[in-house]
Ligand binder design. Structure first.
Ligand code: AMP
Ligand code: GLY
Length: 426
């Protein structure tokens, strides 16, 4: 089988490595891939948003199955385009990907179907939004741009002044472009956060092992929001009891709501949850695998990934028994100095013994090949994942592999998993 994976980050590297385990797979292509992915797949110099070029390439190469991993091409309708040309895909079509593509859509869906989420109002006018926030007078308050914004479209305002700045920068200065034509103003929730990725074919939802992301750039959850600086799985806050509540009040109702709306969701549906004192609530939906959640979830998947993805496509997911290992996994992101703001690219990298240590996989997120050598090419450069019998062991192994790696300006958070360990001790 010839497989095409669209995307070029650590998440895609993890998907590719897992798909490679299937003996029927003869060739994997990545559009565009990256320097490290080039060891596991043929990288094709076509960007993930270049829909027509991807479709032409897939047809020319007679691709048997395509995995569309990032949000942008899903929201733009790449799956619709490929399927119309007879190429089976894993990923939601455009109508279903709106669940991530529009926060207004997802909030209204949750309200209509009684799916627990933060209280909210939608605005298309900055003055009306500011007036509402002033009347509510509850801080912090949360302001979200409607559309995709590279994971940066959420502003938590601590005061009226900050809220006014946020509304104006999103709606008037167009900080996130047209994504800010509408905004959601919502209630600030508190509690531990849990990411649950799930496989769904519109008939069945199969939650994967839970995980915990670390979104801020610096130790102690300080600094700016990033795409994610590290993850652990499973998430100790996500007990069996909570999992049951989530299945009954969130996962199944979401799948059914999308069916009712004529927007059947097939692919990986990501539930960003907050375990509030009033029960689990949805913070956000994503229409794809999380990054870097995938880098801890897939290494623990025991069932063949391609088989699961094909079952999702064929709507036969209920026939499969999707199993996860009882081990734990930890992923520490090694980033370029300055990330998530400006940073240097093109730095030579030294991996030491990291890649030959037991139970370690180094996923490449922002690397490139230059004259045959690996150099840095992004903010998040590597995701170093370790598996182990328990979380402390996995974390120890991950950090010891990280200490082998060096490049100019490299940094990582030193406290990935610290909160999870605290929860385990309680
Ligand atoms: P998102 O891009 O929607 O994942 O939001 C980024 C982060 O903002 C989340 O991971 C939460 O930590 C935080 N956040 C989003 N919505 C809320 C909310 N209603 N209450 C508290 N924190 C929130
Ligand atoms: N790690 C969060 C995300 O993928 O959106």
């Amino acid at each position: 089988m010839k497989i095409l994976v669209v995307g070029g980050g650590g998440r895609e590297h993890a998907i590719i490595k897992k798909i490679k385990e299937n003996p029927a797979v003869t060739e994997i292509f990545a559009c565009p891939g990256n320097g490290g992915i080039a060891k596991d797949a043929v990288c094709v110099d076509i960007g993930a948003k270049d829909l027509d070029k991807i479709a032409d390439f897939a047809q020319k190469e007679q691709i048997d199955f395509c995995v569309v991993a990032p949000d942008d091409p899903l929201v733009l309708g790449l799956v619709d385009l490929l399927e119309s040309k007879g190429i089976p895909c894993f990923g939601p079509d455009k109508k279903a990907a709106i669940l991530e593509g529009s926060k207004v859509f997802s909030k209204d869906l949750m309200k209509k179907y009684n799916i627990p989420t933060a209280r909210y109002e939608v605005f298309e006018d900055a003055d009306a939004a500011i007036e509402y926030i002033r009347t509510q007078n509850e801080f912090p308050t949360v302001i979200k741009a409607d559309g995709l914004a590279l994971g940066k479209g959420v502003i938590i305002a601590e005061s009226m002044e900050q809220a006014e700045d946020a509304v104006k920068s999103i709606m008037e200065d167009k900080l996130f472009g047209d994504s800010g034509n509408h905004i959601v103003v919502e209630e600030f929730l508190t509690g531990p956060e849990v990411s649950v990725l799930s496989f769904t074919d519109g008939k069945t939802v199969v939650p994967m092992i839970s995980s915990m992301d670390h979104k801020r750039a610096l130790d102690g959850d300080k600094g700016l929001n990033t795409g994610g600086m590290g993850t652990v799985a499973p998430n100790p806050y996500y007990t069996e009891e909570i999992a049951k509540i989530c299945m009954d009040t969130i996962f199944l109702p979401t799948m059914q709501a999308m069916n009712q709306e004529g927007r059947t969701f097939k692919g990986c549906l990501y539930f960003g949850l907050m375990l509030t004192p009033k029960g689990p609530k949805v913070i956000e939906y994503n229409c794809r695998f999380g990054d870097p959640e995938t880098q801890v979830v897939l290494p623990l998947l025991k069932t063949d990934l391609l088989t699961v993805m094909q079952a999702v496509h064929d709507e036969t997911l209920s026939d499969l028994n999707v199993e996860f290992s009882s081990d734990s996994a930890a992923c520490v992101i090694v980033a370029s100095g300055g990330y998530p703001q400006s940073y240097k690219k093109g730095c030579l990298m030294d991996f030491g013994n990291a890649e030959s240590l037991p139970d370690i996989t180094v996923y490449h997120a922002g690397t490139a090949l230059k004259d045959g050598q690996l150099v840095t090419a992004g903010g998040r450069v590597l995701g170093v994942t370790a598996t182990g019998a328990n979380l402390p062991t996995a974390l120890k192994k991950a950090y010891s592999a990280v200490s082998e790696i060096s490049f100019d300006g490299a940094f990582c958070r030193k406290d990935i998993g610290a909160r999870a360990l605290q929860a385990l001790r309680k």
